[in-house]
Write a protein that binds this ligand. Structure first.
Ligand code: FES
Length: 93
């Protein structure tokens, strides 16, 4: 039996923060990016921020509109100055 975490398929969100961006071709539309870092669909918001632990401020998602289909590198390390977009800061971790 293999207990290693399942590797996501191409285009499937990693489901957790990681030290590299999630690069995917995005269709035009609205996207909600997780800021609480607890979403099971990270970097997409899954509503988990609504169950914020007591004493912690709720971190609502960042909402982005993509106008034309394009490849996007979504930051998954939390260090980008251009969050939610990757700016290469993960290479300096
Ligand atoms: S993943 Fe590249 S800056 Fe965060």
């Amino acid at each position: 039996m293999n207990d290693a975490p399942r590797k996501p398929s191409p285009g499937e969100p990693p489901g957790h923060p990681q030290d590299r961006p999630f690069v995917v071709t995005c269709a035009p539309g609205k996207y909600a990016l997780c800021r609480c870092r607890r979403s099971a669909r990270f970097p997409w918001c899954d509503g988990t921020h609504r169950t914020t632990p007591a004493g912690e401020a709720e971190q609502t998602p960042v909402k982005i509109v993509i106008d034309v289909e394009r490849e996007v590198a979504w930051c998954c390390c939390g260090r980008s100055a251009k969050h939610p977009f990757c700016d290469g800061s993960h290479t300096r971790i």
